[in-house]
Design a protein around this ligand. Structure first.
Ligand code: ADP
Length: 490
């Protein structure tokens, strides 16, 4: 039952409301009780003042031996409100006169003034000039006020008692009202709260039903957002954004898979075709076998390169490529790469110039940086016509190295420049160079850019026009090591 948010919300709501009402009722009851008591106390004190004023006035007129008794009798009659009991005690505590002594005064319980509780109350209050206190007798509660006064040179104590029956009845009425108002309010509020929770959560239920129907097959579907500005609208909006990202990622994966299989299909087809031709006759001249094997070897190499590139990118995407940083000199690595590509360049009569200052220490994954530089050099040589020029430059600018590969090729058309870093993207010039064994799968620049980013750097096409292109990699001239954490492709 408590698994439903609606029920839980309702219970919480009802519980908090009940607690609040109980605390409020207790506080109200207490405040009411205190103010009633305070009012009673001040009434008793005022009444005692009035009583003594009457007594004193009567004493002025009456000078006999029973003067105090008579004066008190007059005062009791004058101030004889119902529920009030007066008693005057002498210095020894004996009652001189009380309401009980008046004829027809049957509202005073018989043994109230002789009860232990009364004696206790008087004794308790004896110490001070005036005091208030409560007592219980014969099942009733009384509030008492005592004060000392002097009459005819003697000390007396005036005790005024008031029955608390009325106040208690009032308080009982208040408590009774709370006793049925609280449960009924909590019940009504719970029913209301349940329906409110049901109504408020209805869009969530609808959203969850909709979300339950979304699968890989209909990832393009989105949740219906009623009000974009409320909390549920935000939730639905965030969920839709998540779906959008998942959809895009799915789409990228799908495209990657289809591009990858497309790229792999060509060399595999060539391998199969060439081997079928070679095997179609039982015997051929050795020269023909050698030619076929050369083709098979070149295609196998191409396949290896594509599979290798794909593997790198998939691992980078999955965040599983750990960099292996080491300290080395970037200038040495650049010279090494230039040396490795010099034969390829000279086979196309392309001059390869290096403008690299000495002593460029760096901390990076040497293998990956080599791959990035070779990719850039490879492209520069591949897309530069015979007799052209390729230059490698490197300089330190503030806290980073600016490493550029410039060629004198035909450049990349402006409309394609934004796409060259996409996976599997190949420009028209790539196809015109397909007679070349070195034809790529359109992954070289994506990998090169990822390598730069994995080193917290970046790779950009700095310039490309009819005079050639310049690719520039900005790499942090690291003081500390590049973080060996898993580098993720963007
Ligand atoms: P590829 O394997 O086709 O070389 P890349 O990702 O390395 O793939 O390059 C993507 C495309 O960018 C290439 O097909 C080519 O059209 C263009 N390109 C890259 N480098 C150069 C360059 N130096 N000069 C002209 N075009 C280039």
């Amino acid at each position: 039952m408590f698994e439903s948010v609606r029920i839980r919300l309702t219970f919480w709501y009802a519980g908090v409301l009940a607690l609040f009402l109980v605390v409020l009722s207790v506080a109200t009851y207490f405040i009411f009780w205190r103010s009633t008591l305070q009012r009673t106390d001040s009434d008793l004190s005022e009444l005692s003042d009035a009583f003594l004023t009457t007594v004193r006035a009567e004493l002025e007129e009456n000078r006999g031996s029973d003067a105090l008794k008579i004066a008190s009798q007059v005062a009791i009659v004058e101030h004889n409100f119902r529920e009030h009991i007066f008693a005057i005690l002498d210095a020894r505590g004996a009652i001189v006169i009380s309401s009980q002594d008046l004829p027809n005064h049957d509202s005073v319980p018989k043994d109230l003034l002789s009860s232990d509780a009364f004696v206790e109350l008087v004794k308790r209050l004896d110490a001070s000039q005036y005091a208030w206190g409560s007592m219980e007798s014969g099942g009733s509660s009384y509030r008492g006020f005592t004060r000392k006064f002097q009459a005819r040179g003697q000390m007396y104590t005036l005790v005024v008692l008031r029955s608390l029956r009325q106040q208690q009845q009032m308080l009982a009425g208040v408590a009774e009202t709370f006793a049925w108002v609280i449960p009924i309010s909590v019940l009504l509020a719970s029913v209301g709260g349940y329906f409110l929770a049901r109504k408020s959560l209805a869009p969530v239920v609808a959203m969850s039903n909709q979300a339950g129907h979304i699968s890989a097959a209909n990832l393009h579907e989105r949740l219906h957002v009623k009000n974009e500005r409320d909390e549920l609208g935000h939730l639905a909006g965030s969920f839709n954004q998540l779906l959008e990202r998942v959809d895009q990622s799915f789409e990228r994966q799908r495209r990657f898979m289809s591009d990858a299989s497309h790229e792999l299909r060509t060399p595999v087809a060539i391998l199969r075709g060439e081997s079928e031709v070679a095997l179609s006759k039982t015997s051929r001249p050795a020269e023909e076998y050698r030619e076929s094997l050369n083709v098979l070897h070149a295609e196998a190499q191409r396949l290896t390169r594509i599979v290798d590139d794909l593997f790198t990118l998939t691992r980078a995407d999955a965040g599983q490529y750990s960099l292996e940083p080491s300290d080395f000199y970037l200038d040495e690595l650049l010279h090494e790469c230039a040396h490795a590509t010099r034969t390829l360049a000279s086979s196309k009569q392309i001059s390869l110039a290096c403008e690299i200052p000495e002593e460029l220490p760096i901390r990076a994954d040497e293998c990956l940086l080599r791959r990035m530089i070779l990719n850039l050099l490879d492209n520069a040589i591949k897309y530069t016509p015979a007799g052209g020029r390729v230059a490698i430059t490197c300089r330190r600018a503030d806290s980073e190295y600016e490493l550029s590969v410039t060629d004198s090729g035909p450049g990349i058309p402006a409309e394609l420049q934004g796409r060259i870093f996409e996976r599997f993207f190949r420009g028209d010039n790539a196809r015109t160079h397909s007679e070349n064994d070195n034809v790529g799968a359109g992954l070289g620049l994506s990998i090169a850019r990822w390598i730069a980013q994995a080193h917290h750097g970046r790779l950009v096409l700095a310039r490309s026009d009819s005079n050639g292109s310049t690719f520039t990699a900005f790499l942090p001239a690291l003081v500390s090591a590049p973080s060996p954490e898993v580098a993720k492709a963007s």
